[in-house]
Design a protein around this ligand. Structure first.
Ligand SMILES: NC(=O)c1ccc[n+]([C@@H]2O[C@H](COP(=O)([O-])OP(=O)(O)OC[C@H]3O[C@@H](n4cnc5c(N)ncnc54)[C@H](O)[C@@H]3O)[C@@H](O)[C@H]2O)c1
Length: 289
């Protein structure tokens, strides 16, 4: 593989474009328009500049990575790509439209992959030009820091597609795990029940926000408590994933905690809006109850 297309230049798409360019691939980055793609690239340039300041990479390596990364106005330019990774907004209709558009220009050997966190890969594959050359490639946020990629094959994904994307993922220096096309794949299937249970515990008055987080952090040796982590992820995103697990499995153990639903209804969705379980507006997060 030489040329990688990345569709969606938000948090994830920009991260995927960055690590691909740093690994030596030519990268074409698109978003809804050229200006959004350029904004994604500007963010990457800032992160790479910081890495140079910290002497993690050389200025030459930064310049070379940025030179390999080209912003394009739309998917029409992606005909030259060996692999196209879609990392647009988590809405099925948007992703389906993108697959239809990019399907018109993709070569008949190119692979199309989605970074979706929750939409079934086999269903998305139906909107792709060739389900044998379609799969899920689930990166973690922030992409340049997190060492894992989950690969998800749909029912029709060919072995050669999985092998090619696995080789690409390893060339980025990431560890690869394979998951079946089941709700939440591996990481969210295991993580979300813990975050949801912390919301149940808080709602039932088992302990305070600070004590639940301190207990899990120190008692289980986690880098941060579950309520802090939920605030980082976004409580709306946590709720969406809980619902995917609940609806996808039909298992009541995945039912969302009432307090989580209430916080999302209140618009208290976490760090991104300044308030979730913590107030994030000051220098340090402060528990809200
Ligand atoms: N944020 C995470 O922690 C995380 C982790 C793993 C996977 N994901 C998945 O990655 C994908 C992107 O998430 P994100 O957090 O980067 O979101 P984001 O909101 O930061 O970025 C999404 C980008 O997609 C663009 N976009 C919307 N419609 C488009 C279109 N038609 N064509 C091209 N671009 C379009 C938006 O303008 C935006 O720049 C989602 O599928 C999400 O589920 C997110």
């Amino acid at each position: 593989m030489k040329t990688i297309g990345v569709i969606g230049a938000g948090q994830m798409g920009a991260g995927i474009a960055q690590v691909s360019a740093q690994a030596g691939y030519r990268v074409l980055l698109s978003d809804v328009d050229q200006a959004r793609a350029e904004k994604g690239k500007a963010g990457i340039a800032k992160l790479l500049a910081r890495a140079v300041e910290k002497e993690k990479i050389s200025a030459d390596d930064r310049d070379a990575a940025l030179a390999r990364l080209e912003c394009v106005g739309g998917v029409e330019a992606m005909g030259a790509c060996d692999l196209v990774i879609e990392a647009a907004t988590e809405k099925e209709a948007i992703k389906r439209q993108i697959f239809e558009n990019v399907g018109r220009v993709l070569s008949d050997t190119a692979i199309l992959a989605s970074n979706t966190s929750s939409i079934p890969i086999t269903r998305l594959a139906q909107a792709s030009p060739d389900p044998a050359r379609f799969m899920g490639v689930h990166f973690f946020n922030p992409v340049p820091v997190m060492g894992l990629i989950e690969l998800i094959r749909g029912l029709a994904t060919a072995d050669a597609t999985v092998a090619a994307v696995e080789a690409f993922g390893r060339s980025l220096g990431k560890e690869i795990v394979h998951a079946n096309d089941a709700p939440g794949f591996i990481v969210n299937r295991v993580l979300l029940p813990m975050l949801n249970e912390a919301c149940f515990a808080l709602g039932e008055g088992v302990a305070t926000i600070r004590d639940i987080d301190t207990a899990v952090k120190l008692g289980l040796n986690h880098p941060m408590g579950p309520l802090t982590l939920a605030d980082f992820i976004g409580l709306d995103t946590c709720l969406d994933i809980c619902r995917v697990l609940f609806e996808g499995t039909g298992d009541p153990k995945f039912r969302p905690a009432p307090l989580l639903v209430k916080y999302v209804e209140a618009g208290w969705v976490g760090k991104k809006c300044g308030r979730g379980f913590y107030d994030w507006t000051g220098p340090e997060p402060v528990p809200t109850r």
